[in-house]
Design a protein. Structure first.
Length: 55
């Protein structure tokens, strides 16, 4: 995986060793946290920093 600031579901599958369904659930949860903090989110991915913080 290249250095990225934005991860898609496939990247999360590889990074966290989870299935695609779980990756989309993780993205949804992280995006929900961002929205609650007033950030705009994208449907099919999340920022790498959010995964590191939430781990």
């Amino acid at each position: 995986m290249q250095n990225k600031l934005f991860l898609k579901a496939a990247d999360i599958c590889e990074l966290l060793e989870v299935k695609q369904t779980s990756a989309y659930e993780i993205i949804g949860n992280l995006n929900k946290e961002l929205e609650e903090q007033g950030y705009l989110t994208l449907t099919h991915g999340c920022g790498l920093w959010m995964i590191i913080i939430s781990r």
